[in-house]
Ligand binder design. Sequence first.
Ligand SMILES: [Zn+2]
Ligand SMILES: [Zn+2]
Length: 590
Amino acid sequence: MSRENLARIKMEPLLFHTQASTSSRAPLNFRVLDQLIRILAGRSLLPEELAGLMESACLGEWQSDWKRYVQAGVCLGALQVEPGMEWVSRKSWTGSIRHTVKCRRCGTESSREMGREFHFLRKIGRQVLRFFAIGEASSRRATIPSMQDNSGHQRAVNWSMCKECGGLCAYCEECLTMGRIRQCSVLIRGDPAWLERANQHGAGELCKEPDWGHWGLSPAQKDAAFAGVGFLKATAARSAVVPADKLRAQPAGLPRFLIWAVTGAGKTEMIFPLIEYELAHNRQVLIATPRKDVVLELAPRLIKAFPECSVVSLYGGSEERWSRGQVTLATTHQLMRFYQAFDLVVIDELDAYPYHNNPMLIHAAEGACKRSGRYVLLSATPPAALAKEAARGALACVRVPVRYHRHPLPVPKRLVLPRVEQMLKQGRIPGKLRSVLADSLRRGAQVFVFVPRIAWVEPLVRLLGKTFPEFAVKGTSSKDENRRDTVQGFRDRTFALLVTTTILERGVTVPKSDVFILGADAALFDEASLVQMAGRAGRSKDDPAGRVFFGSREWTASQLRAIGQIREMNRLAGKKGYLLESDQPDRRRE
Ligand SMILES: [Zn+2]
Ligand SMILES: [Zn+2]
């Protein structure tokens, strides 16, 4: 640390008015400061979280003095201290100004303006607190009733009496699971440039082409990975030409690449060469996925694939909360703890809950990516807007139209059936459905029966049990607490028929399975969810031609589009020569 920098520390005004205590009078330990700056680089944390981070980095001794260290870091330009929430003023079309509060961590904004009413309540709040003992009033956590929606539903940003600042203080309800962020709390952010400085040792030594041979990819996977690495190369040049801090690109304007891979294509294997390429250039990679079980399943595979690099898995309750790795695997919510930390952000299943249409998680993913970074998006059923962008050529995209086993996707067949309510009321499974179900059971397949309503699961289980007394039937839905066990039992073939809802439309792979979608004309079943459910069939190499049925009274546009999408992918796979010889469409016709 140079003398100039030390002089600057004394000159800058105080950020925090630290109370004089014995510890704060002691001179700063510059080794501690240096380490603090390093561990904070690319993170965005609340003070409580900083305490955990310091503890994990063996800086626990200096925890009580964190304000002085953070302040010194700010003066050096290595750290930023920002308010947790900020006021946003917007001009409405009538010309009046609306004031709302916005959470800086997750981007949520209070939906209602705080005008005179707010200032009045704030005044009253202060007086109330002054009158009573502060602690007592705040422990009641008085939410001002008039500031809730009429529906009684609490808005994403709420107001309560605050112990810290002694007044009416906003807090964010939306990202509460990550620790309460208040209007008076601060977010401590580390400059990601320090991360690069720390990483620069040895950069360039490993700059080699990915080794394509050892990943064991199918031709389609290889082509997609090749296109992905090409994208990374092209966009890396951009960040090398323009220095990172000069890049003015808005997060939404960062380069994106969509890998549109059919269900069962083996998406994860495809991104391994991309990760390898980034690691060879000493870049930080993040893989964000909506589900914790994907993190748990993927982590050992990544560790095996990249034994020389550090892999960190983050999810609610993860033990590696404060570790830093070259590859970070995280559930989507964990991204909120990062600030411009990653060169490559891979978002898995971007069309799935909770990411899809969730402005909070989109904000988090944008915050975590460096201004010189890029996104790779993975999906089997991308949202319509993205698919259109790709078709227009506005979004770089590669399609993987075939499964890893190189057999075509099963095309759904149509069954004209009465409504599910009617079947349940009559207590009878129509003959047509009974015979196709019997065929599936006879061939020893595990049968998924999807219905659009949770309330139909149990009655249908009873009805199917009565119809096929020789087979065990079970049901599960989001309301089922033993869902995990039920699904495991189905995988282990302890029963043959599983009645379920869209909760199992993704992520469940059962070898040798057939899919029946009843009430396929329900509004809930859109194109994406029909394609996903159909994607449960024919996943394994040993039984690639699973059977899929759309049972409904009417044809809907969603059903037509889903079948169209599946056919289109099969056609593309044939055209590109990805299918195995025996499955080539022209051969079959002979
Ligand atoms: Zn928030
Ligand atoms: Zn407060």
